[in-house]
Design a protein around this ligand. Structure first.
Ligand code: PLP
Length: 385
């Protein structure tokens, strides 16, 4: 028997931890860039499960790969070798330019691995992170996440200092002999789609090299074509010593990874780190199919083109409450002079799913497969509002 909206919400309120503010709809199915709720109402999805469904919801190739893999092998743990992990690791190394992969299941877990690896590889303890950075909610990842409200109840956390984003001098000034690494998002996502200059990451790269400190690039949100490149670091032409990825990696299937350059990766020895599910056969099969779709459908280029199209459309709107529109590829933020919660609510009622971050930034991270017509519809709803 299918539950209706009220039944579902009642069970959530009765049985689930009260940690999320949820929108008042229950989603039943989704295809491409369209999501359908339990009442049959359709929405154009400009959220994509928070920058996850880059190839669109339930892409047939990803669904097929999951089904096929499920019939053969679901899980065996990392006590054994599997073909799927081997193939995916090779593919990721080629795509990122890194040397080795550690598989896990989420963004925060990838960041945990990165912090542990940097600590072990350098023997140093502290991290430098950026103001407004978001790296996840587990305790290590939280220690380099900036928002006071998220951190305060869980202190003491691991040692970290926060410096202004897009300011390489601030990193130089904050470095000391115990700095293990600098962790940065190449474009800040939760912090409000903040885009640094291309020179910023180049300068930080040089500073880290001069000070024997590792550069950790958190590409959890910016990876897999989201910003019009496979990975956002390509906008600056640099490489991190460690890179974290997750979100769009598995075409909607939960998955994450940490990648390291050879000299750093070798510092993790047998027993230093582990994950029961990391690199699980189904998630690897989903990720391989996902990467294949991004390549075959030219979604990286499409993200670049549609992102520019969306920005042009948004710039054509009434500017009364608009402070700034910024973006790279289909990672676009429209900063308002008012809070954006009400706009998100009205847009949803009118059939468009939007996300508000940092209180006043409307964040557009739709599937990279979204059509111009669907984007037009979303922008026209915003125009009415
Ligand atoms: C840059 C970045 N790092 C890490 C995370 C944490 O990922 P997860 O929610 O999968 O733990 C996020 C999530 O939004 C993120 O945007």
């Amino acid at each position: 028997m299918a539950l209706n909206y009220d039944d579902i919400v009642e069970k959530f309120e009765r049985y689930i931890f009260n940690t999320y503010t949820r929108q008042p709809i229950a989603i039943k199915r989704a295809r491409g860039a369209v999501v359908t709720d339990v009442n049959g109402k359709e929405y154009i999805d400009c959220v994509a499960g928070i920058a996850v469904n880059n190839v669109g919801h339930c892409h047939p190739a990803v669904v097929e790969a999951i089904k096929k893999q499920a019939e053969q092998l679901i899980h065996v743990s990392n006590l054994y070798y599997t073909e799927q992990q081997a193939l995916l690791a090779e593919e990721l190394v080629k795509l990122t330019g890194m040397d080795r992969v550690f598989f896990c299941n989420s963004g925060a877990e990838a960041v945990e691995g990165a912090l542990k690896l940097a600590r072990k590889a350098t023997g140093k303890k502290e991290f430098i992170a950026a103001e407004h950075a978001f790296h996840g909610r587990t305790r290590g990842a939280l220690s380099v996440t900036h928002k006071e409200k998220y951190r305060k109840p869980f202190e003491p956390l691991a040692p970290a200092v926060f410096v202004p984003y897009n300011d390489a001098d601030a990193i130089s000034a904050a470095l000391n002999k115990d700095t293990a690494g600098v962790i940065l998002e190449p474009i800040q996502g939760e912090g409000g789609v903040v885009i640094p200059s291309n020179e910023y990451l180049k300068e930080v790269r040089e500073i880290c090299d001069e000070n024997q400190t590792l550069l950790i690039l958190d590409e959890v949100q910016t990876g897999f074509g989201r910003t019009g490149k496979w990975f956002a670091k390509e906008h600056s032409g640099i490489k991190g010593d460690i890179t974290t990825i997750a979100k769009a990696m598995g075409g909607g299937f939960p998955m994450g990874a940490m990648l390291g350059s050879e000299d750093v990766a070798v510092k993790f020895e047998r027993g230093d780190h582990a994950s029961t599910f990391g690199g699980n056969a189904i998630s690897c099969a989903a990720a391989l199919a996902n990467i294949d779709v991004i390549k075959k459908e030219g979604l990286v280029k499409r993200s670049e083109e549609l992102g520019a199209y969306l920005i042009r459309k948004l710039e054509g709107l009434n500017k009364d409450y608009v402070k700034e529109i910024r973006g790279k590829g289909l990672m676009v933020g429209m900063e308002l002079s008012i809070k954006c919660d009400d706009i998100v609510n009205i847009a949803r009622e009118r059939g468009v799913l939007l996300n508000c971050t940092s209180e006043s930034v409307l964040r557009f991270v739709p599937p990279l497969t979204i059509t111009e017509e669907q984007l037009d519809k979303a922008v026209s709803v915003l125009d009415e509002i």
